[in-house]
Ligand binder design. Structure first.
Ligand code: SAM
Length: 475
């Protein structure tokens, strides 16, 4: 196997060969000492809007560009959807080894991952009650591979393993655990590296602001864009972006970048739990996007214990799109319940607490309690939900904070120790949010709980008025 440096050199030579233009002001850097693989760094000052590199569309590893798509009818490949069809094509190209057009590119793509898909059971257990554990989806991905991908490989085995006398047998062997693992690796590469490739033809449905419709955006094919995917990210430190031109994709600076600074892309406002799930790393800069999820099951349990669970109310709330599988608590600075609690969670809890005639009156008018003000009974129920949620974690916030070692791994830190430290940082973030919500609710109860107040005021339209602090709904 080529050394790290040799693989980088071969990749850069391959890029030049493919017609990729690269500014002399940047270089591909070995960032392994920072546990960040390869990255792109400025070697000279770069001005805002300056071109960093230009990639011909033909260099993208995509379904469209793969030889496989000239052999298998597009309509057949499309039945797999953007995700699975790209996995199929990547498997094909990867298994083709040196014969693939993208072999030098595969030489710099990782084969080992720290994403949650590849964590052991005991490493995942370090995330304790974080809801991210349920989102890993290994079994459902295995099922898709076995039920959709392998049958397609079998159907086209003579093309997939062209020229191999054992083609049929090899296609059958794709069911093996080792090959399923390979499919997961391709899937993980797509999750962490691929771009949604905007077409060179303008989208058909453009709104007044010049954006494609959401449906059109969702249907965008995925593609692996060499070099563009060598950019790391660190939350709001993004300083470059990929622009989609007719023949080329262009990476441009969004702001001036000083010599020595890293060029960062934007992976989106991911909470650290999702950053870990999708990318297998985390930095403190992502803490601002942390969330903790309150599952609907937990709300159901606590409301049932409190004797206020009511299925018929749930039906109405479902129609009103209040019911979800879970509700997020997000960061706010300074922390306020209005900013941080999911408005739907507040509406759900307040609806369950309404007197029957109040609920019926709202229902007749197709209205809901307003989420802006939490009643003292609502606060008590929410407090109980939050306390129960906190108790789902095996250790306390204080224990975790005490034992947290630095997440950024030094040379002596093993991969396992690093994973455990990252898991701890995620669960600390979630527990802090729960603790803040718990304290704010306790304060609210103490403030409003004493005097026997009107439970709620009813406005002139008969709508339930629960205050009016101008609560913002999260996007
Ligand atoms: C699009 S690739 C970027 C190139 C990657 N560093 C490489 O060597 O192939 C995304 C992956 O890079 C790593 N990464 C990105 N940003 C990082 C950062 N700020 N710190 C550590 N690793 C990072 C994560 O493993 C992530 O899944």
């Amino acid at each position: 196997m080529a050394s790290f440096e040799d693989a980088s050199e071969a990749f850069l030579a391959w890029l030049r060969n493919k017609g990729v233009e690269i500014s002399p002001k940047i270089k591909l850097e070995d960032l392994r000492p920072k546990n960040a693989g390869r990255g792109v760094v400025a070697v000279q000052h770069i001005a805002e809007h300056e071109l960093l590199f230009r990639i011909p569309r033909s260099a993208i590893l995509s379904v469209e560009n793969s030889l496989l798509s000239s052999e298998i009818p597009a309509a057949t490949l499309n039945t797999l959807g953007p995700w699975l069809s790209l996995i199929l094509v990547m498997l094909y190209e990867y298994l083709n080894g040196n014969a693939s057009n993208w072999s030098a590119y595969f030489g710099v793509l990782p084969t080992q991952f720290d994403t949650l898909m590849f964590w052991t059971e005991d490493e995942l257990a370090e995330l304790q009650a974080s809801s991210v554990v349920d989102k890993v989806g290994k079994e459902s991905a295995d099922e898709m591979f076995l039920e959709q991908l392998v049958p397609m490989i079998q159907e086209f085995s003579e093309l997939f393993f062209a020229g191999d006398a054992r083609a049929k047998q090899k296609a059958e062997e794709m069911r093996s655990p080792a090959n399923l693992e390979l499919m997961h690796k391709m899937g993980s590469l797509i999750m962490a590296y691929a771009f949604d490739i905007e077409s060179s033809a303008p989208p058909k449905n453009i709104d007044e602001d010049g954006y494609a419709s959401e449906e059109e955006d969702e249907a965008l094919p995925k593609g692996m864009v060499p070099l563009a995917d060598m950019l790391n990210a660190d939350a709001d430190r993004c300083n470059a972006r990929l622009f989609y031109e007719n023949q080329y994709l262009e990476m441009k600076a969004l702001k001036p970048i000083k010599a020595g600074e890293e060029v960062f892309n934007d992976y989106g406002p991911l909470p650290r739990s999702d950053l870990l799930r999708r990318h297998g790393y985390l930095t403190d800069n992502y803490a601002q996007y942390d969330v903790v999820e309150i599952s609907m099951d937990l709300v159901t349990d606590v409301a049932t214990t409190a004797g206020i669970w009511d299925e018929s109310r749930l039906e109405y709330l479902q129609d009103q799109e209040v019911v979800d599988s879970g509700y997020d608590i997000t960061i706010s600075e300074p922390f306020t319940l209005q900013e941080s609690l999911s408005p739907e969670l507040v509406v759900l809890v307040e609806s369950l607490l309404l007197l029957a005639e109040e609920f019926d009156r709202l229902k007749r008018k197709s209205k809901l309690p307003k989420p802006e003000k939490i009643t003292s009974k609502g606060a008590a129920l929410l407090h109980s939900i939050i306390k129960t949620r906190l108790s789902q974690y095996a250790t306390s916030l204080e224990d975790d904070v005490q034992s947290l070692e630095a997440v950024s791994a030094g040379a002596s830190v093993t991969s396992k120790e690093r994973r455990i430290a990252m898991a701890k940082a995620v669960r600390i973030g979630e527990k802090k949010l729960l603790r803040q919500a718990e304290e704010a609710l306790a304060e609210l109860i103490a403030r409003e709980g004493g005097a026997p107040k009107r439970q709620r005021e009813v406005d002139e339209e008969g709508d339930v008025e629960m205050g009016g602090t101008g609560k913002k709904h999260r996007a």
